[in-house]
Design a protein around this ligand. Sequence first.
Ligand SMILES: [Zn+2]
Length: 392
Amino acid sequence: MRIRAKRTENHSPADWLITGGWLNQVHPADISQKFDCGGENVFLAAGFIDLQINGYGGIDFNDAGTTTEQISAVTRALWRTGVTAYCPTVITESPDHISRCLTNVIRAADESPEFALAFTGIHLEGPFISAEDGPRGAHPRQHVRPPDWEQFERWQDTARGQIRILTLSPEWPESFDFIERASATGVIVAIGHTAANPARIADAVRAGAKMSTHLGNGSHAKIDRHPNYIWEQLANDELWASFIVDGHHLPPSVVKCFLRGKGIARSILVTDAIAAAGCAPGKYKLGNVEVEVTEAGRVCLPGTPYLAGSALEMHDAIGKTVAYSGAALEDALRMASANPAKLLGLDDKFGTIEVGRRADLVLFEWDEQAMALSVVATIVNGEIVYRRNNDE
Ligand SMILES: [Zn+2]
């Protein structure tokens, strides 16, 4: 297959040849040759990788009844947003409920070829998080608990070792031993939904914590101006940080400061999308929690100031990152592809557009005025899985 598209860095069209699922060759566009996908005015990027998706299009990974067919449907729907790989995210619930949700994901990875290609491990967010209102976010308080290694091992067995990211709060004294053990098994421990003091944040990093989950969210509405757990994580060069850039979770000025403080090389865009993402505004029941999606796309717990996940799509997160932070488009794209691939240790496989990498690609148009990215086509493992025009 031949793809014609421009790189964002130099704007000159090139022809990309794909064989057997892999990027095989690239050379300047040969206008005497026909191509299968793309065009002179379309840009090419590596497929987007989302480390935090709770659900999409009415389907919830936290519903114990979610089927393989539904998980396949989420995967296909995400192609329209440029996402070719992701970590289904399971949040705080009872041990048995979490096990059932993990089982559903693992079954889908066995049974659904399209999900198997997209699956980059499970993100378990909780239940070892802060019990305090604010940091706890929308996680149900009755299931929040201190880190428990034996319980985690049971879940990891259920998940056949596929829990790849674990978000916890280091305010629990049990955290440090837990982080050391989990990190030793290759799990990426992330700090999030935390009320920990700065010293504990630093201790968690020394114990092996690698990332801040949606930094600036899952926190108190009011905190000491300094020191506090946000500055401490932002300043720590050992920590990657994920950000929800939807215009609701973080104001534009904060996005700009956070991204410049953390640096492009350590920043990752996530959607934290919930089942109501991709749905019309209204009230939705997620497990036992009711959430409301407003006309403006804000997802909150009705009657509170607290956000409860997002309805964000990755192509929008990239446009908003450029708009809010002044980042170059190629840097915003990197935060949605190469950076998460690197954190996951999958950068030798995908996340960049290099010969020898798996052909997971997004072709898109970029509206410089509106700072809006529009996905034209998505390619997974060398096959065109989505074309915008087929949809219209
Ligand atoms: Zn969260």
